[in-house]
Design a binder for this molecule. Sequence first.
Ligand code: ATP
Ligand code: MG
Length: 748
Amino acid sequence: MTALLTDLNPEQLEAVTWPHQSALILAGAGSGKTRVLTTRIAYLLQSGLTQPQNLLAVTFTNKAAREMVARISTMLPINIRGMWIGTFHGLCHRMLRAHYEDAGLPQAFQILDMADQLAVIKRILKERSLDEKVLAPRQLQWFINNAKEEGLRASQVDTRGSFNRTLAECYQVYEAVSMRGGTVDFAELLLRCYELLSRNEILRDHYRGRFEHILVDEFQDTNRLQYQWIKLLAGSGSQQHAAIFAVGDDDQSIYAFRGAHVGNMRDLEKDFSVPKIIRLEQNYRSQGNILDAANALIENNKGRLGKNLWTAAGKGESVRIYYAATDVDETSFIVDEIKALHAEGLSLSEIALLYRSNAQSRVLEHGLFNASISYRVYGGMRFFDRQEVKHALAYLRLVASPDDDNALLRVINFPPRGIGARTLEQLQDQAEILGTSLWQAALKVCEGRKAVTTRGDQPGRGIAGFVNLVLSMQQACEGQPLPEIIRRVVDQSGLVAHYQAEREGNNERLENLKELVNAATSFVHEAEDDSLTAFLAHASLEGGEHQAEGYQDAVQLMTVHAAKGLEFHSVFISGLEEGLFPHENSRNEPNGLEEERRLMYVAMTRARQRLYLSYAESRMLHGQVRVNVPSRFVDEIPEELLKRLRSSGFSGAGYRQGLSGTGQNTVSTAYSRQGRGKHTPVSAAVRVAPQGLNTAGLHIGQQVSHTKFGTGTIVNYEGNGSDMRVQVNFHQTGTKWLSLTYAKLVPL
Ligand code: ATP
Ligand code: MG
């Protein structure tokens, strides 16, 4: 026991040994919140204060959940299999599986991931002939998920006004389609589980009796429904059974855009009569300069709950900032630094490359690949999202539950079996008329065919072939172990033959299909439930982080969102440019900039020893060259904590300099590469345009005035000569693209 507690500071110790009473630990990054939470679990178990089955611990990512389990396992030699540790989605799924009937779901209900959900929504819009311009699929997806996160069903949403009515109607159709197909999206997992517990007193009492301790990591990112779910499980007021142990950091709340509600912290305090908030102020992760830089940055946010973070670790190294001429140059700098760090003995997995948007990873991946440095991308294209894997999974879904329309549509004609669009449309009409799934409609077509004729040229022939294929797969899989089921389905589906026949044989796709069998084999070893349905749920819920573990040493690439809770020896944050980080979308969101700043705070505080920030004056993104102003976040870091490095191609119209109107490069020290690889030349295309802008007497960062829109700052440009357009961020009216020829901008 003492061994568990020896390293803790007094506040951490207080938190770990807190009595059986609700607690809120509010503390900054790297102060040991997660460590306190896992140590408390070990402490409660080891001292016999609770049993493994009486604990529920929840966090946000699969990776974090796995790490939590791993940390506890190293502290205690107990079997943690039966414990309820996981993500909100994972735990709700587990409950729904156990009580599917009470929850009104078919036994083999399937989970729709975001991409599947979008496909269903697109179909609904198409069937209703709704123009994408009137209602974009993503907008409807957002609306539905948001409503669910607010706990609202289609019958409960606002229907005032015709647009709201359209949204509500589509939501209603979506609900019906999901019910018919036995599919459940991510938001539905939570809402349905919540409804199940609130409706079913017996179940609610069962779980309330069971869970004595509910522990929540990253509490600041819970949304309202998640909080209500926790509250329901714990019981509140005189009904309270479980003690909630929540750890969080308001400065790291980065999911407001998905409904996270920092107010949950205040509600928790009130609802669960938390006697006092425990604050942890010592940071054990980052060295002094990194911590000071992060603290200085976050001070620019208002309305914080406020906390001080200090470290005993000493100042350490300065925060390095590199000004690159282009994104290619930025990448080659990063690659060179990684090589140097690795040569000094640092393992690659201790290096993280963080970026604001997924699209930024491409150029980084390219650079790493060319330099033969192993890397792994988290949260990018997941293994289970690859086309061939999705096809195989669709066949597997049909074996488990043929009423899954989405799965059926994906593979009814893949590999191609001559089912044309018209036949498919007829099938869909038929399903609509009968009010059944497509599968049921397809069965009807087959019955009809038998009754009418046995000639082979009917349009239903292809459909009959498909129905028979699925039926024979179901038969072949009966009673087989999971890896064998997958082997048989992949084999019978014709996918392997199809990809083999593609020009030069599509090896990667074939490898991935084989890998699916391996994935199932390791799943069988790890999971308690090794059924096909459980595996399919795993494929939907798995965030893709799994690929990165256990294999060779590799640099870790991920978005800042995905880096939450993690730490690395060295961290690179690239793309520190206005419009990219802070992201341009944040301009239109209330408090958007503050959320971006919290993201930056999360990013910086991932680093233990070394932190690199980088900025590229021009960048190719979404097929366009953007000319950039450095992120304001760089300016918010005190100069004395920074070490400025820059490429010789950099011209230096900084955010601060730009706004002050000088547009000059005020820092003259060029970064000397000292023979560390060749400098990447700046491409000609990139060079031409800024000169064009200069000949017009303008530059990025310059203040201009426009007769209609007032004053603003030039933030971007595209095109050349008379086709040149500039993007201006107007103080009153926001960002606009304007033709330089017609806009008559007056430099100020
Ligand atoms: P974040 O806000 O980023 O999630 P956190 O508050 O959860 O951070 P942890 O990840 O728990 O912080 O801890 C940060 C690092 O500090 C870890 O490496 C952890 O092992 C270490 N640490 C925490 N407390 C102590 C301690 N008392 N002694 C030594 N190391 C500690
Ligand atoms: Mg943590």
